[in-house]
Design a protein around this ligand. Structure first.
Ligand code: BTN
Length: 274
């Protein structure tokens, strides 16, 4: 079956202000078709991973959620976060191509590896540049028994120059500051939808990340770094080795390699955010 073109589908719902585009997508899910995009200028209750708040001022950033109604089993859904991370990276790479990343004064990223890509992915869902976060992804799933009703992939990209709250300013940035270039949120959304369509088609061929693996691993900022794995059942330390085709982060520990599942787990650099 020919995959649908998720970039050309017209079903987009726009809100000036909404609690959270992920929550709005959930409310619309029953009557919605696969591929619905919910976008807002402002979120009053934007959500990040692990129950964190995603501060969402008006007029500054891109906030959207993509609703999918896939036929695959629920255990595959967490990989969609990584598929979207590849799409967001590709989109920003294309729109900011030609713009030099503005050096980040307190960054050690890039200084250690001059071949590192300007845009990197911090497993599983952060898009970073110069050691600072530009975008985050929150994937949620609704089930009917053991089958997927819908998956909602929420994306927040910091676009325009802004003052970040004190607690995040040390490790957050925006496209305008990072690339010295104004990017239209409309163009960015269109480009991410196109690039997601390509990456999702690739994922659907194998129902794993084998087709995106080398690209993701090239962009992975964690590789070769000491990480603390923040697993709800117990934290541990190790060195990140890259991801496998299931999207798990392979972490070398004293007891051997542990494959960490993306679900509710995240990692922190031992010496800072990355
Ligand atoms: C994270 O990095 O913790 C994930 C952040 C995801 C934020 C986006 S903004 C659009 C969508 N709606 C939400 O409430 N959250 C996601």
């Amino acid at each position: 079956m020919k995959p649908k073109n998720y970039s050309e589908m017209q079903n987009v719902v726009f809100y000036e202000s909404i609690d959270s585009t992920n929550e709005a997508a959930k409310r619309l899910a029953q009557g919605a078709t696969d591929g619905l995009v919910v976008v807002a200028d402002h979120q009053t209750a934007g959500k990040g991973r692990k129950g964190r708040e995603w501060i969402s001022p008006a007029g500054k950033n891109l906030y959207f959620s993509l609703l999918l109604k896939p036929a695959f089993s629920p255990d595959k859904a967490s990989m969609l976060t990584l598929v979207m991370a590849v799409a967001v990276k590709r989109a920003i790479d294309e729109l900011c191509a030609g713009a030099d990343a503005v050096p980040c004064s307190n960054s050690t990223v890039g200084a250690q590896d001059e071949n590192a890509e300007i845009l990197q992915i911090k497993w599983p869902n952060d898009i970073v540049t110069g050691g600072k976060k530009l975008a985050g992804i929150l994937t949620e799933m609704q089930l009917s028994g053991t089958t997927i009703d819908c998956v909602i992939i929420g994306v927040g990209v910091n676009v325009k120059k802004q003052d970040f709250p004190q607690e995040s300013c040390a490790h957050a940035t925006d496209l305008e500051t990072a690339f010295g270039k104004e990017i239209s949120r409309k163009d960015l959304l269109a480009k991410i939808r196109q690039r997601f369509a390509d990456a999702y088609a690739c994922f659907l061929e194998t129902l794993d990340l084998s087709g995106l693996l080398s690209e993701y691993n090239r962009a992975l900022v964690n590789t070769g770094r000491p990480v603390k794995v923040l697993d709800p059942v117990g934290e541990f330390m190790g060195e990140a080795k890259g991801i496998n085709e299931k999207g798990e982060l392979m972490v070398q520990t004293d007891a051997g390699v542990v494959n960490v599942y993306a679900g509710e787990v995240s990692v922190r650099g031992v010496y800072g955010y990355v």
